[in-house]
Design a protein around this ligand. Sequence first.
Ligand SMILES: [Fe+2]
Length: 139
Amino acid sequence: MSDFKWTTALSVGDNEIDHDHQELFALVDELADADLSDSFLLGLIARLEKYTEYHFAREEEYMKQHAFPDLEDHLEKHHLFVEWLKTVEKTYRRSAESPFQIGDLVNDYLGNWLTEHILVEDMKYRNFILEKIRQDKAT
Ligand SMILES: [Fe+2]
């Protein structure tokens, strides 16, 4: 079990996005509990790449749909994460580091990144969009 958990404090007010975030925390857990091997780690990185691509696209669409003004800034944060993941994979394929070292690094970085990204960045669109929906309903 990892130390990183999804709680309702991390809810962004959209069920599908919350569900994606829960799935990402489940991947962190899976990594924390895994009996690490080369193939497992590379498989997990590949799943993470696929899942983040899918999730980021959903989040980006949601922000666009509601005309979130800081979209570009948020996209940049997603882009940096994708780059980080690619670098980890490349480095791992090139180096002789044990899967445990990389597994720990990915686990820590991913758990922290997810929690902080949701609490800081995702909360910005959450607050903006929920307020907008509230105002639309009131008019
Ligand atoms: Fe995000």
